[in-house]
Design a protein around this ligand. Structure first.
Ligand SMILES: [Zn+2]
Ligand SMILES: [Zn+2]
Length: 356
């Protein structure tokens, strides 16, 4: 009997890898239809994050109070400090400021100036000099920011007590059919209530968009952070879906066994207010080459593994939750397929067993 790894299908169902098609290959669903159903679910399950990882990467974790979540103290990248009074620290420019009782900044209005992107481009001009420029605007290192926004803003939530969280229902005992995998990505905006969900995209394993909607924020809008979210104020005015409607939809579509795929999903789950532990995080599956404590950007991973350019918009950095969620799913399908190849049975041309 020929041994087949669990995610390998007969050759009639196997369609060649994008790598075999060359660098300019267009990725389509067919390219990836090498396995499906419960087998594919099991392939994804091999990359699930452990409880320790979920803690360490700052995912919302169960709290003793129903409807609440907490962020572990062992988290790698700390959030800006939480304040119980009106003092805040801006998440964009890192300046301190104060807010009134409704959450409106009352200090330093118009003084939120910052660089759109972290990181620098370095060019060694000669032995003694290196030209270092900001990645976002190519200005010299240390120059004033390239973005000015009217208000400072921050999330300022108590990491020990996040409220309004939902948990997902258990599937029926024989519910293998309900064991689904989805990729998701959110875009957030800053309002007087903090960082609020403004767009959610959900992609299925066949790379079909299942959900992609703008969501009405609850607080008054302070900053769309268009350079990161890709969302403008005019876009948000057209939003008709409420946050509660999104949560109801998510509760229907997902269950406690559903695997959610994304790049650094901790912030997405925090803003969707969903408690879940079946997570495949592409920033963990594809660690940074040189600095394991840092996350590789989704843009870099897409370029490196899928030969695909994303987030290339000019005015914004081109973020789109649809593009990002799709890219995460493509990365994982590629990874699973490559891993399958490693364990695939090799074709034996001639065993040459001598007959005596
Ligand atoms: Zn800049
Ligand atoms: Zn600021």
């Amino acid at each position: 009997m020929i041994w087949l790894p669990e995610c390998y299908m007969p050759s009639s169902l196997f369609i060649s890898s994008p790598f075999l098609l060359g660098r300019s290959a267009v990725l389509t669903f067919n390219t990836y239809s090498f396995t499906y159903g419960h087998n594919l679910y099991l392939c994804f399950a091999k990359f699930l994050m452990s409880e320790e990882d979920l803690d360490m990467y700052g995912y919302p974790r169960p709290h003793e109070n129903y409807g609440c979540a907490l962020i572990s103290e062992n988290v790698l990248r700390k959030d800006p400090p939480y304040s119980t009074d009106s003092r805040r620290v801006c998440e964009k420019c890192a300046e301190p400021y104060t807010v009134d009782e409704d959450g409106y900044p009352i200090e330093g209005i118009g003084k939120c100036i910052y660089h759109a992107r972290k990181g620098f481009i370095r060019n060694r001009t000669n032995r003694h000099h290196e030209d270092v420029r900001h990645k976002c605007c190519r200005q010299e290192k240390g120059s004033p920011g390239c973005i000015t926004s009217k208000y400072h803003a921050s999330h300022n939530v108590d990491p020990k007590c996040l409220t309004g969280f939902i948990t997902l229902r258990d599937p029926p005992d024989d519910g293998e059919k309900e064991n689904n995998v989805y990729a998701l990505d959110c875009e957030m905006v800053f309002t007087t209530k903090g960082r609020e969900l403004a767009r959610l995209t959900i992609i299925d394993v066949k790379l079909r968009t299942v959900f992609d909607k703008l969501i009405k924020p609850k607080g008054a809008l302070l900053d769309c952070i268009t350079q990161w979210s890709g969302i403008t104020e005019a876009d948000l005015k057209t939003a008709t879906v409420s946050f509660e409607e999104v949560q109801r939809y998510v509760k229907k579509l997902f269950n406690s066994k559903t695997i959610l795929v994304g790049h650094g999903l901790e912030n997405d789950l925090r803003s969707m207010k969903v408690l879940h532990d079946k997570i495949v995080d592409t920033s963990v599956v594809f660690p940074h080459k040189y600095a394991p404590q840092m996350k590789e950007s989704l843009q870099k991973l897409a370029e490196q593994f899928l030969q695909k350019l994303i987030q290339t918009g000019e005015e914004t950095l081109g973020h789109s939750s649809e593009e990002d969620a799709r890219t995460c799913m493509e990365l994982m399908l590629m990874k699973i397929k490559e891993d399958c190849k490693q364990y695939a049975p090799k074709k034996v041309v001639n065993l040459n067993i001598s007959r005596r």
